[in-house]
Design a protein around this ligand. Structure first.
Ligand code: SAM
Length: 239
């Protein structure tokens, strides 16, 4: 009964006040509300206090990562912190290996003027705690230390990636992440970055803008703050 009444209200608002209806539709009728498996996982990560992404951002990862299941290569995350998104990725990665990069001791030096996040932020994490959170998950590997130096810990056969999550918050780390992973991303592989649209992290967008200025792929903006790049298999003809 209430549901029918809400449906009428929704349709009425859609015609008479579309700006209101959008928020009602997204809260009430978006598929994210009916995906039980996702909701249970998101609730669990919130209960454990390890996720710092919004529900829609977590949902974007949840539905995008499996779409690369048939793309050749491993999965990587730069920026793990308490392990919330790492655990989410571990649940949807299939048999692929997941490589996790973080200092596990807080943000490194930041670029004056470009980054608002301070060096040392996110220091309240411990490698051992994140390892405990991920225990029981198969094919998960930790590369602790400063990125990109920490890439030396990758095994020799980790040359290709199918899905990369960049969540490093600052200009230099994001640029270093793109410089390392883009050439190693298989065709059809995806890079998703957190904070691209976040006004507190202008360095993330700056790094993408500079890096993709001479690349064929468009940087696609997602809700809330993420962006997505899908690697082309060949360079399309330039106009
Ligand atoms: C916002 S947190 C990541 C949050 C996590 N993805 C989540 O949603 O639960 C950002 C992390 O990036 C890490 N980070 C940034 N630049 C780094 C670098 N160059 N090397 C290693 N870790 C880095 C910081 O240590 C910090 O833990």
């Amino acid at each position: 009964m209430i549901d029918r009444w809400l449906s009428h209200l929704e349709l009425f608002l859609l015609r008479k006040a579309p700006h209101w209806s959008v928020s009602i539709r997204s809260r009430r009728n978006h598929v994210v509300r009916t995906d039980k498996e996702f909701l249970e996982l998101f609730d669990d990560l919130q209960r454990r206090k390890v996720i710092i992404q919004s529900m829609s951002e977590a949902f974007n990862l949840w539905q995008l990562c499996p779409k690369t299941a048939r793309v050749q290569g491993d999965i990587a995350e730069l920026g793990v912190y308490l392990g919330g998104t790492a655990r989410l990725l571990s649940q949807i990665k299939g048999d692929r290996r997941l490589f996790l990069f973080d200092t596990f001791g807080g943000m490194p030096e930041v670029k004056e003027g470009l980054d608002k996040v301070q060096a040392g932020t996110f220091a309240e994490t411990r490698l051992a705690d994140v390892q405990r959170l991920m225990s029981g998950e198969k094919n998960v590997h930790f590369c602790a230390g400063f990125f990109p130096q920490s890439t030396k810990q990758l095994p020799g056969d980790a040359q290709k990636f199918s899905f990369v999550h960049l969540d490093a918050d600052i200009y230099q780390s994001t640029l270093d992440g793109l410089t390392f992973f883009y050439p190693r991303l298989s065709p059809g592989g995806m890079i998703v970055a957190h904070d691209y649209r976040y006004l507190q992290c202008p360095g993330v967008k700056q790094a993408f803008t500079e890096f993709f200025a001479n690349k064929p792929e468009p940087v696609l903006e997602l809700w809330d703050t993420q962006c997505l790049v899908v690697k082309y298999s060949s360079t399309p003809d330039q106009r």
